[in-house]
Design a protein around this ligand. Structure first.
Ligand code: NAD
Length: 498
């Protein structure tokens, strides 16, 4: 098998990096090297920003309708290439093919939201704000936008960023994850094929040095980051220090509360899917469950059903979960799981020594479940980002809410119940961005903004929905008065035209 070299995309062209620093991209199910990705040189990073800055002059003048039409073309091309994109995701990320196809669907929704720019970018107008005076707003693009994305959704996360930024009239530089860049590059190629002009959308690969150079570039006006809390906080602070508008969507430790009046079968099914699906590598996974009251009796059934989940390579369609992304990620996950045992939690389901027939080298970790978990243990305080579930118990819904609101993260949470009163109380009292009621992974459809509270988000405005247009534009207000011809000195304004 030939090893692909992942290109940079600068000025509408695929560019082979001149870097002497290249990283291997591995198939997580086999360790086979499938691609090599460069750390772009400072000259290449500069060329990408220069190209975006240059393209902004013309792109920002293109009509709303034409920008929207390119997004419509892009949506169509992505739909037509669903299989190809999903296979690339599975090859480098490891998630199962049905899961990867689901990710393409989520990316499509974000592109569809960008197609709504003709409505979302409209300004406001007050006719006769004073007599003969109109005040109105223009929502203008900012210039060059920068996006930095995590490995766990190599299509959906870039789709949260460049389609709306570009649809609003900005140009863009994307710095995708170096761990699974090939599907992202194919996605960007389709965007260019859809009609995004040369220079409007550029891609460079790299590390902290590349990201810092991008942030510090004068032409870059806004920075969108999706990834871990530690890196996101650094990126956000660095961007703010350099006067850039920034948003950082970061780490999570989501809790699913199961009330005793919930539909048991559905609740357990959804808990297992959301805790272990994608090998737990979703920012909206539920790695913690709180069983309230009598729901505690369901624990043995949850454990038995977790043991039945099928681990396999992502290409095996009936697998429930694939491998984790890298040997380093697997080792980090195992270290945290081992700490759970050392710190006194009870290991009810042990997936640490997970063997998959025919794939001896894959980064497999099986579903793992702990009970007797206290909130000071590493398995609770750290984001494991692997197929591991911590089970907590509570006497009441109030107690469960208190536990969740005391956690530093506020990305997602769900409640399973048949009580409307409990659901209403939960959605009002919980301090978390995305709330699910009998829905395990409550990522909102893309015409709502993605949000987050406390440690999971920095910046006011989130991706998607209406907020994304506010993030990628600035508002000018115009106050205008027009004088009747022949009286342009304003000395005698006629209020009627004869
Ligand atoms: P990460 O923070 O390691 O990497 C994210 C991006 O930052 C990558 O492009 C990476 O190359 C870059 N990067 C790494 N080190 C950097 C540095 N020192 N300076 C600047 N950039 C740097 O995250 P990851 O492991 O790729 O993704 C998993 C994390 O992302 C989890 O914490 C998950 O919860 C989070 N995530 C959050 C959301 C959300 O919407 N809240 C969505 C998806 C993933």
């Amino acid at each position: 098998m030939t090893i692909r070299e992942v290109p940079l995309i600068i000025g509408g062209e695929k560019v082979r990096s001149k870097s002497d620093k290249w990283l291997d991209v591995l198939n997580p199910a086999t360790q086979e090297v499938v691609a090599r990705v460069p750390i772009a040189t400072p000259e290449e990073v500069k060329a990408a920003v220069d190209s975006a800055e240059q393209a902004f002059k013309s792109w920002s003048q293109v009509s709303l309708t034409n920008r929207m039409r390119i997004m419509l073309n892009f949506q169509q091309l992505v739909r037509e290439h669903t299989q190809e994109l999903a296979e690339l995701v599975t090859l480098e990320h490891g998630k199962t093919l049905p899961d990867a196809e689901g990710e393409v669907g989520r990316a499509l929704e974000a592109i569809e939201n960008a197609c709504s720019v003709t409505r979302l970018q409209l300004g406001e107008m007050a006719n006769n704000a004073a007599t003969g005076v109109d005040t109105y707003t223009l929502n203008k693009p900012l210039g060059v936008g920068l996006g930095i994305t995590a490995f766990n959704f190599p299509l959906m996360l870039p789709a949260f960023m460049f389609p709306p930024a570009v649809a609003c009239g900005n140009t863009f530089v994307l710095k995708p994850s170096e761990q699974d860049p090939s599907s992202t590059i194919r996605f960007v190629e389709l965007a260019l094929e859809a009609g995004i002009p040369a220079g409007v959308l550029n891609v460079v690969h790299g590390d902290a040095g590349v990201v810092n150079q991008l942030i510090e570039s004068d032409a870059v006006k806004a920075v969108s980051f999706i990834g871990s809390t530690a890196i996101g906080t650094q990126v956000y602070n660095h961007a703010a220090k350099h006067g850039k508008r920034a948003q950082a969507m970061m780490g999570a430790k989501n809790h699913m509360v199961i009330m005793p009046d919930a539909n048991k079968d559905r609740a357990i099914n959804d808990l297992l899917g959301s805790a272990f699906g994608a090998a737990g590598q979703r920012c909206m996974a539920n790695p913690v469950t709180i069983l309230v009251g009598e729901a505690r009796k369901w624990l043995p059934e949850i454990a038995e059903r977790a043991k039945l989940m099928k681990v396999g390579p992502g290409t095996q369609r009936d697998a429930d979960l694939g491998p984790v992304v890298s040997p380093q990620a697997k080792q980090r996950i195992l270290n945290i799981l081992n700490s759970g045992v050392e710190q006194g939690a009870t290991l009810l389901v042990d997936g640490r020594d997970c063997q998959v027939e025919g794939y001896p080298d894959g980064n497999f970790v099986g579903p793992t479940m702990f009970t007797d978990v206290t909130t000071d243990m590493d398995i609770y305080t750290q984001e494991i980002f692997g197929p591991a579930l911590c089970v907590l118990e509570a006497e009441t819904l109030d107690e469960a809410i208190e536990i969740i609101n005391a956690n530093p993260n506020g990305n997602g949470t769900s409640l399973f119940t048949s009580s409307g009163w409990a659901a209403r109380k939960f959605e009002n009292d919980i301090d978390v961005g995305q709330v699910g009621i009998n829905v395990p992974i409550p990522v909102p459809v893309a015409y709502f903004s993605f949000t987050g509270s406390r440690g999971s988000k920095l910046g006011d405005l989130g991706p998607n929905g209406k907020q994304v247009v506010s993030f990628w534009t600035y508002t000018k207000s115009v106050t205008a008065r027009w004088f009747e011809p022949d009286h342009q000195d304003g000395s005698a304004i006629h209020t009627t035209i004869s």
